[in-house]
Design a protein around this ligand. Structure first.
Ligand code: AMP
Length: 318
């Protein structure tokens, strides 16, 4: 009786520990910020040790010899990681919302909480533009004007990216799919390996609020840190006597490096971006609605309130 309950308890502990291990292992991989990378790496030895110890306890319960149980912590973690990557469904979520809704703010928090990477097609395309790759050259003008890059290009980018190792437990899509054709292409590529989108979280913000959010936004390019002249100004910001910001004083709080404004964060480009959001992107919600995976969040409130609603939307306990 005791042996049985001990085994059950151990298995429960093991499951929790391995989930955490999976999360830490994955979030330590590519696509996370330096801080998060540091935290994950710092935590890894502890988690590895705990997982290996629990693997040992669990195996001991099942009469496995000591030598089999005494595998290296790294092997134990690899085994557990492979098990999750092979048999558990991948957590594939779409962070949905208009430009300026907060996808770039809350995506990294989900990334940290679940240990799966946020994949932003906008970021990937901007990197391609900076590097002046073939894709970047094709996308540059369309992006600056607030138009949509061709479905073929973005589908190709995502198809390659989700095969990388850090996506094996799942990923958060930000800015993709943006058209029904992209959603269908995504479904098809997932279906090929028996998978599907598991959650769509929609951030709701009225259009009238978005212009102020977008046009006051400044970004630290290297880290993606985002500032706002009214709501989150950098410490260095100073204004002229007419009240406009002095661009040379817009510096990143942590590095002191200059901040930039995205070329498409203008009211003119925003009109186009919002028009395509309503016409091309919103219909995607109807496409996923029959699966019962859509969650709505009021993203026009204080940041903590938005985050609480996002967590509730992601949760299975509703
Ligand atoms: P974002 O950073 O998500 O606002 O994206 C910036 C720009 O990149 C968009 O305005 C589009 O020009 C382009 N873009 C990003 N993702 C997509 C996508 N899934 N389909 C088409 N164009 C995209």
């Amino acid at each position: 009786m005791f042996a049985l309950s001990a085994r059950v308890t151990n298995r429960r502990i093991l499951t929790t520990a391995t989930r955490r291990t999976a999360s830490f292992v994955s979030s330590s991989a590519k696509g996370t910020s330096d801080k998060r990378k540091f935290l994950s790496h710092a935590s890894l030895p502890v988690v590895f040790g705990a997982a290996a110890g629990l693997v040992y306890i669990s195996q001991k319960d099942n009469n496995v010899t000591f030598s089999e149980a005494a595998e290296s912590t790294e092997d134990a973690v690899k085994k557990v990681g492979n098990k999750f990557a092979t048999y558990w469904p991948r957590n594939i979520m779409i962070l949905f919302g208009p430009p300026g809704a907060g996808k770039g703010t809350h995506g990294p928090k989900i990334e940290e909480m679940l240990g799966i990477p946020q994949l932003s097609t906008g970021d990937m395309l901007r990197a391609a533009v900076s590097a002046q790759t073939e894709v970047g050259k094709k996308a540059q003008a369309v992006m600056k004007a607030g138009g949509l890059v061709s479905d073929d290009i973005v589908v190709g980018i995502i198809r390659d990216r989700i095969q990388e190792d850090d996506c094996k437990y799942g990923f958060i899509l930000d800015g993709f799919p943006r058209t029904l054709v992209q959603a269908q292409a995504l479904d098809k590529m997932l279906r090929e390996s028996g998978q599907r989108v598991t959650k769509v979280v929609k951030l709701n913000v009225p259009d009238s609020v978005l212009e102020e959010r977008i046009c006051g936004r400044w970004i630290h390019k290297k880290s993606g840190r985002s500032y706002h002249i009214k709501y989150a100004p950098p410490k260095s910001m100073s204004k002229t006597f007419t009240g406009s910001v002095k661009p040379e004083t817009m510096l990143d709080d942590l590095t002191g490096e200059p901040l930039i404004q995205r070329p498409d964060d203008t009211s003119e480009a925003l009109k186009k971006r919002l028009a395509s959001y309503h016409k091309e992107t919103v219909p995607i919600l109807d496409h996923y609605n029959p699966l019962g995976i859509n969650a709505e969040v009021n993203a026009n409130q204080k940041m903590q309130g938005v985050w609480e609603e996002i967590k509730e939307g992601l949760s299975n306990k509703k």
